[in-house]
Ligand binder design. Structure first.
Ligand SMILES: [Zn+2]
Length: 366
């Protein structure tokens, strides 16, 4: 079926007609051909590539990391959710079954621990890190699994220090897949984690303010190591979460020209319903409030995460790409939004999802 989205407003304000054929974008044009299905959206609605949330917890099996992919996905403007390690190799079949039943595209950074988030200290037992099990999972689901996840904070690793990270990196190198590393409370210290990370790896929770273990603690050394990592091609991901995003750190990073790559939510049931995350649009609005341009904000939730997970068919709004789109408004609204440590930010513009298209199918947001 051929469809046309008429007068779609791109984020630079220019309007085009988007012609969709099947699940792909056929053409972006001023022409007005006659096609079977016409989609029109109200004036003032923007269109961007479909939003990609690089860090979510969308595996309904394990509380509280059990948001349903569609509840945090298409209903909120997100066309692709990437689960960040809720499932390990033991559950990957069940995860895949759940993923294929969702309207939202569901991908996975598989936990390097076979048990995933069945427990909270999944890296305290090194025997749960199995190259064979992970290799098998990648072989079985090469399109769904996009990388590996290791949570490197004190409550997760037990007495193991940086050993889980070393083992994770060995597997990541062997399989040539990126490793997403969660940073949090020490040990291990951030300064001991950074040297292990290579081109294509991802630091999530990059602007957290955990006691004495954030990007500005131990100023000179961490900063130096961080710049070296960024220089090598390591990505910084926001991973807002219940306790991992601080306006104070974000503002300081902006002043010191430390830029993030992707904006993600680290959403799961608790922070979805009680805040401070709520949804992707709220998270994006915070970055507008911090003074980032709409272009930077949208790039960080579309093109950039698509590049990080090496999915070339999504994250771009051009002929040949998959017809994954997000439609949204920017409403004038004076409000206050909190970060993860109770700091407040005045927000004047609020991004609100209106609808999405996933693989050529149109869905209104809730
Ligand atoms: Zn997480």
């Amino acid at each position: 079926m051929r469809q046309i989205i008429k007068n779609a407003m791109f984020i630079n304000g220019t309007k085009y007609n988007i012609i969709i054929e099947g699940d792909k974008i056929l053409e972006i044009t001023d022409r007005n051909p006659v096609v079977e299905n016409i989609i029109s959206v109200p004036d003032g609605v923007y269109v961007s590539p479909g939003w990609i949330d690089l860090h979510t917890h969308s595996f309904p099996k394990y509380e509280p990391y059990c948001s349903h992919p569609d509840d945090i996905g298409y209903k909120t403007g997100v066309t692709t959710v990437v689960d960040a390690g809720s499932s390990g190799a033991n559950d990957i079949d069940e995860f895949h079954n759940m993923a294929k039943k969702s309207i939202t595209r569901v991908l996975s950074f598989i936990n390097i621990s076979s048990v995933g988030l069945k427990v909270r200290n999944e890296l305290a037992d090194l025997s749960l890190i199995s190259l064979r099990a992970i290799e098998k999972a990648f072989a079985k689901y090469p399109n769904m699994i996009v990388g590996l996840k290791a949570r490197m904070s004190a409550s997760v690793i037990g007495m193991n220090g940086t050993t889980p990270l070393k083992l994770g990196k060995q597997i990541s190198r062997k399989l040539n897949k990126p490793l997403m590393v969660h940073i949090g409370s020490a040990p291990p210290k951030l300064i001991d984690i950074l040297p292990y990370l290579e081109r294509g790896d991802i630091i999530t929770h990059c602007f957290n303010e955990k006691e004495n273990n954030h990007i500005f603690s131990d100023q000179l050394n961490v900063n130096q190591k961080l710049f070296e990592a960024i220089e090598r091609g390591v990505y910084l991901d926001i991973g807002h979460g219940t306790s991992s995003f601080s306006y104070h750190i974000a503002k300081k990073a902006k002043t010191e020209n430390i830029s993030f790559h992707s904006i993600s939510t680290d959403i799961y049931e608790k922070n979805q319903f009680n805040g401070p995350v709520y949804d992707m649009a709220t998270t994006l609005s915070k970055f507008l409030g911090l003074g980032y341009s709409l272009e930077k904000v949208i790039h960080s939730v579309t093109t950039c995460p698509a590049e990080i997970i090496n999915k070339k068919a999504i994250g771009r709004l051009e002929a040949g790409a998959l017809a994954d789109l997000t439609f949204f408004t920017i409403d004038k609204e004076d409000t206050i939004l909190e970060d993860s440590v109770g700091r407040e930010l005045n927000i004047e513009k609020r991004i609100k999802p209106y609808a999405v298209m996933i693989g050529g199918k149109f869905y209104e947001c809730r």
